[in-house]
Design a protein. Structure first.
Length: 144
């Protein structure tokens, strides 16, 4: 007797449903404006951290720079103020962060040749967006 496996689309839909249910129990105190300001302040801080790490461990510096460029680009095209080019909704900004951050976190944790004293920076930068996006409320759209 053979058992049929669910299609990829079915599996993804079920995973999205389960994650959506779990996410509904998390309080959402962070408004889009607060999230925008955090992103705006984090971008130059991550660039500075990458420059500081460059002399200490080039692989860790590259990971932090990679994260900074990705986060900065997504923040720049999200429709919250301040936005350079509002192409995506804040809800999609959150979705991108929740999908990309675990991949970045895995990359930060598994890249060889980085001692823990330098690896901790990209690892922490992989955790912060997961927490921030989980606490952000896409429905709270105060006046700009």
């Amino acid at each position: 007797m053979t058992t049929s496996r669910p299609s990829l689309a079915t599996a993804l839909a079920e995973a999205q449903h389960v994650l959506g249910q779990a996410n509904s129990y998390i309080p959402k105190p962070v408004s889009p404006q607060t999230h925008a300001w955090i992103d705006l302040l984090a971008f130059p801080a991550m660039l500075g951290l990458s420059a500081w790490l460059r002399k200490r461990n080039s692989a860790a510096a590259a990971l932090v720079l990679f994260n900074a460029l990705g986060e900065g680009t997504i923040a720049g095209i999200t429709d919250f103020p301040p936005s350079l080019l509002p192409l995506i909704s804040f809800r999609n900004h959150i979705r991108i962060g929740l999908l990309a951050s675990p991949m970045y976190l895995a990359l930060a944790a598994l890249t060889p040749g980085i001692p823990w004293r330098y690896r901790r920076f990209p690892v922490y930068l992989g955790l912060v967006p997961i927490v921030l996006n989980s606490l952000s409320n896409p429905k709270n759209r105060a006046a700009h």
